[in-house]
Design a protein around this ligand. Structure first.
Ligand SMILES: [Zn+2]
Length: 142
């Protein structure tokens, strides 16, 4: 399963409120028995497997969108997630995924939108800065 652009992820990750769907994304995940980062633990911690050609072990949180790669068998998905995004709503959940109410779902989805908008805006600002520098450099060389 490939989730390329942020736009694709925005739509595709809506379905990732389902633990089963997240789990299915780890079909080709190499860390199984005797590992801390098993597909089950990864899915519980909100991760979706988003492999690419250059980084086959990239996992992305479907709420905060933090991408992590370079997993080791003894990496604990909760700890790794917490180190990078300590305020991720997934980590603050006090219920199991199948115990969420409609209100919990709407609240999580609202926060998911906020993370997407922030990431999307940051990406657009980076693009804008890059273009500005290119244009400036072009003008200087006239
Ligand atoms: Zn997260």
């Amino acid at each position: 399963m490939a989730f390329g652009s942020i736009r694709e992820r925005f739509y595709a990750f809506e379905a990732m409120f389902s633990y089963e769907k997240r789990l299915q994304s780890f079909e080709d995940w190499p860390f199984r028995e005797d590992c801390l980062c098993t597909p089950e633990q990864m899915a519980k911690m909100g991760f979706v497997h988003c492999p690419s050609e250059n980084s086959p072990d990239t996992a992305c949180c479907f709420i905060c969108l933090k991408e992590l790669e370079g997993w080791e068998p003894q990496d604990d998905p909760r700890q790794e997630h917490s180190k990078r995004t300590p305020n991720c709503p997934v980590l603050l959940l006090e219920k199991k995924w199948d115990e969420l109410t409609v209100g919990d779902y709407l609240n999580l989805n609202h926060q998911r939108f906020r993370f997407f908008i922030t990431k999307w805006s940051d990406m657009k600002m980076d693009e804008f800065r890059e273009k500005t520098e290119e244009t400036l450099s072009y003008i200087k060389n006239l």
